[in-house]
Design a protein around this ligand. Structure first.
Ligand code: UD1
Length: 411
């Protein structure tokens, strides 16, 4: 990766990783054949496919960007350790498996680089719907003869807990109300998918979701929403390098807060018939940023924003409100000459006109992408090791960046 001139052109935005994984989990709710469109070609989708396959389902690519999933009889409601350990999002199979099969055996997820990520809220919500749990040999054994609708009040609007509760409640007896639900666009996409399957859901995308349980659901065909985090990554790239790009298929209405923040920093961004149009001058101004649950600034945008601030004009304070310890990539940016100090949940970023290319290591998906976009303004060559993390969440990242004129290649 070498620095270059401004980025120019148009790039297609793939389907949302954080949506498709949950839609795939939701196919455990009813037998039959499903078709998903706009599926990103990323490792996490392969891994979720492996998980469904290990349960006895058949997952096959069906043409450009589509996936066929066949939920056959005799499914084994079990998520093995090797797969859950690889991808924590696997935990979202617990709710639908319990609802459909009355039991689920799911490996306990471990901690990761974002610090401990407990699942207490997932379990509490399912318990309130009538499930019981036993933990033995590293597995959670969940059982429920009948799930029964209830009022669930989440302590925090957790995305995963909302999804698990939603996928359990659609087949529970009676009414479930999820209060303080997560409002992310991916939740609304999951609800749209479930509604198409025959579920009765109101309020998805708002803090209160009401679900009327039904007896049975049916398999469907569905198109995944565009990935707002991938779109944000290309906005960060153009913000760092300067230039003018169109993000084909991206949804500006899923990214209001980010677009407002980048506007404050000097970018011009507007919805376009084709997606999102964005222009950035050679150098942006700094701003303070703070992550919050949707519609706040997503925690997944943060490494990208830190990379932007590292090359912007001025000082920006970044506050993380969702995850502890999501600052590891900062050491790597500092190795590239960035001036960043961290203190608890805060980072103070003093922008520099030019960073310095260096060998760095990608600690996770988004941070890996942030190191790559930072390299657009780093003198000399930057080599990003462990770039396989990036492939977990980005569909042809290097090709797409190259198509905008970036000097980047993969080994
Ligand atoms: C999802 C996204 C992730 C994003 C995050 C927040 C996927 C695959 N991942 O993760 O990219 O960064 O939303 O937008 O969709 N918590 C608990 N107990 C629980 C559940 C969560 O304490 O039972 C805490 C977590 O530790 C964290 C916070 O709540 O501090 C938010 O987590 P959550 O919204 O659940 O994130 P995920 O669903 O894991």
């Amino acid at each position: 990766m070498r620095p270059g001139g401004p980025l120019e052109g148009s790039v297609p935005i793939s389907g949302a990783k954080n949506s498709v994984l949950k839609l795939m989990a939701a196919t455990t709710l009813a037998e039959g054949g499903y078709v998903l469109h706009n599926v990103p070609r990323i490792l996490d989708v392969d891994w979720m496919g492996d998980l469904l396959t290990s349960m006895g389902m058949v997952v096959t690519p069906a043409g450009e960007g589509s996936l066929h999933i066949d939920h056959r009889p005799d499914l084994r409601p079990e998520a093995p350790y090797e797969l859950v350990e690889r991808m924590r999002a696997s935990i979202v199979v617990m709710g639908p498996l319990l609802a459909r099969y009355g039991r689920a055996r799911v490996a306990m997820p471990g901690g990761d680089d974002f610090g401990p990520r407990p699942i207490d809220m997932h379990l509490r919500a399912l318990e309130d719907l009538g499930a019981t749990f036993e933990v033995a040999h590293g597995y959670i054994e969940a059982r429920a003869d009948h799930l029964v609708g209830a009022r669930l009040l989440l302590e925090f609007p957790s995305v995963g807990a909302t999804e698990n509760a939603l996928m359990a409640a659609v087949l529970a007896k009676g009414t479930t109300v999820i209060d303080n639900a997560a409002r992310e666009p991916e939740i609304a996409d999951l609800a749209a998918f479930l509604t198409r399957m025959g579920a009765q859901i109101e309020g998805a995308g708002s803090p209160t979701i009401t679900i009327e349980g039904v007896d049975e659901l049916n398999p469907v065909e569905h198109t995944v929403i565009p990935d707002r985090i991938e779109a944000a990554t290309f906005l960060a790239a153009v913000g760092i390098a300067g230039g003018e790009v169109t993000l084909q298929g991206a949804r500006a209405d899923h990214m209001d807060m980010l677009i407002q923040k980048l506007g404050e920093m000097g970018m011009r961004i507007s919805p376009d018939t084709d997606g999102i149009w964005a222009f950035a001058p050679r150098r942006l101004r700094s701003a303070d940023v703070s992550t919050l649950p949707y519609p706040g600034l997503a925690t997944d945008y943060k490494p990208l924003l830190v990379a932007l601030l590292a090359t912007a004009d001025g000082v920006g304070i970044v506050t993380e409100n969702l995850f502890s310890g999501r600052f590891r990539y900062i050491d790597e940016l500092v190795r590239m000459g960035a001036d960043i100090r961290t203190e608890g949940h805060h980072a103070v970023v003093r922008g520099r006109p030019l960073l310095s290319g260096a060998p760095v290591r990608a600690p996770d998906i988004r941070a890996g992408a942030a190191l790559v976009v930072a390299a657009l303004k780093a003198e000399g060559e930057t080599e990003v090791f462990d770039a396989h993390h990036i492939d977990r969440g980005y569909d042809r990242f290097v090709d797409k960046l190259r198509s905008l004129g970036a000097d980047v290649s993969s080994a």
